[in-house]
Design a protein around this ligand. Structure first.
Ligand code: NAD
Length: 374
């Protein structure tokens, strides 16, 4: 509440997108309205089109009007984009992904945060034995706009000797390229995140081989030494991390790493939770941040009201934490989701043969259950 007795209003740009995006975004709004009822804040929503829906309406996946709404907001909440209707290999045709990539670029979202949290009630959903999942609760901080995916690349033809046995052939290369400021800013994101968690950062690199990793390591240590010595910093080689994630995942609190390493490790770590419908993500930059579930638009179940909205609601939890500094509300939302799962409520994707029919619910009912427990 401000000194004038007015509620602070957070402006949220809603991008439902395509497929199940619409259904899960409605549950996010429901839960945010339930939070606003008990807090001295209000949420104002501005909805805009992105992806396939935007292609249908305007011919482009990221209309200027959508970008304007996103820039003006305090945070962007995205459902999912894409679907078979817009699949094409014709490079002259617009594709839904162009909307998301364009938006990330326009908002300068260089840090992708993906929490991997195992809910006790879903412990059996993982392919790992339950005893290996005790106390697993980690955050992967992946650098999102540099590194191997953005460095110089080329493919050359007719290169003498490249075909073998002295014959001409093809050659291709990609470059892992980082600048100091790119490593510095992602390191800060990781240390700040660790401070509000268990205070430990694993900086993952390949410093025994790669020059870019040696620079990465030096810079991360520099940032650590000039303001984050309260956080524990551990260097780990990426091949070792891939093994440790399966051997003893509970050792990790925050992992910070290069773009491609983060891409691979976060997919590996996602299997600890056992379900795509449970993974949230936040993409942060200098301005407006973007929150979205890690899954896609699930065209196979779109319109049926059976999608799991929990990855979306966990993304709302991240938004409350990172964009609005509403730690208590974020914790409460996390506990509400946990309580609903502990009580045995399941959407189809996380149900098993032990789930009684009366505990099997659809998208809207799952949203209602979480909102009630807030
Ligand atoms: P997907 O994540 O949409 O679906 C994979 C499987 O998981 C499907 O069987 C689906 O039914 C299920 N699933 C996904 N989310 C679920 C949920 N919340 N509840 C219950 N089940 C869920 O991946 P896909 O099928 O490979 O891709 C479909 C479309 O989504 C494609 O057009 C793809 O390009 C797009 N996509 C978008 C994003 C994004 O918007 N960020 C990410 C990945 C894929």
């Amino acid at each position: 509440m401000s000194e004038f007795g007015e509620l602070h209003t957070y402006r949220i740009c809603l991008l439902p997108g395509d497929g199940i995006g619409m259904e899960i975004t409605a549950e996010a709004v429901k839960v945010l309205e339930a939070i606003a009822l008990r807090e001295d804040v209000s949420f104002a929503f501005a909805e805009a089109i992105l992806g396939g829906a935007a292609i249908d309406e305007t011919g482009t996946a990221l209309p200027d009007a959508t970008l304007e709404v996103a820039h003006a907001a305090d945070a962007v909440l995205l459902g999912a984009i894409g679907g078979p209707k817009w699949d094409t290999t014709d490079p002259t045709k617009p594709r839904p992904e162009q909307g998301l990539l364009g938006l990330r670029k326009a908002l300068g979202l260089y840090a992708n945060l993906r929490p991997v949290r195992i809910f006790d009630a879903l412990r059996d959903a993982s392919t790992l034995k339950p005893e290996h999942l005790q106390e697993v609760d980690m955050l992967i901080v992946r650098e999102l706009t540099g590194g191997l995916y953005f460095g110089e690349r080329a493919r050359e033809y007719g290169v003498p000797g490249a075909g073998g046995n002295g014959a001409a052939g093809q050659r291709a290369y990609d470059t892992m390229d980082y600048q100091e400021y790119e490593v510095e800013r992602i390191a800060r994101v990781a240390f700040e995140a660790a401070r509000s968690r268990r205070g430990r950062v694993h900086s993952v690199d390949k410093a025994n081989v790669l020059e870019s990793s040696r620079m990465w390591r030096e810079i991360v240590h520099g940032v650590h030494g000039t303001g984050y010595t309260d956080v524990e910093l551990i260097d780990q080689l990426v091949d070792n991390t891939a093994m440790q994630l399966i051997r003893w995942p509970a050792q990790f609190d925050v992992i910070v790493t290069e773009n491609m390493f983060g891409d691979i490790l976060s997919d590996e770590a996602s299997m600890l939770t056992g379900s795509l419908g449970m993974l949230a993500s936040a993409s942060l930059g200098d301005g407006t941040a973007l929150y979205e579930p890690s899954h896609g638009s699930a065209p196979d179940i779109a319109g049926q009201g059976v999608a799991n909205p929990l990855a979306m609601l966990l993304s709302v939890e991240l938004m409350l934490r990172y964009s609005f500094a509403m730690e208590e509300s974020a914790d409460r939302l996390g506990r509400a989701i946990e309580a609903v799962l502990d009580e045995g409520w399941r959407t189809r994707d996380i149900a098993d043969e032990s789930t009684p029919d009366e505990r099997l619910v659809g998208t809207a009912a799952m949203g209602d259950l979480v909102a009630e427990r807030l």
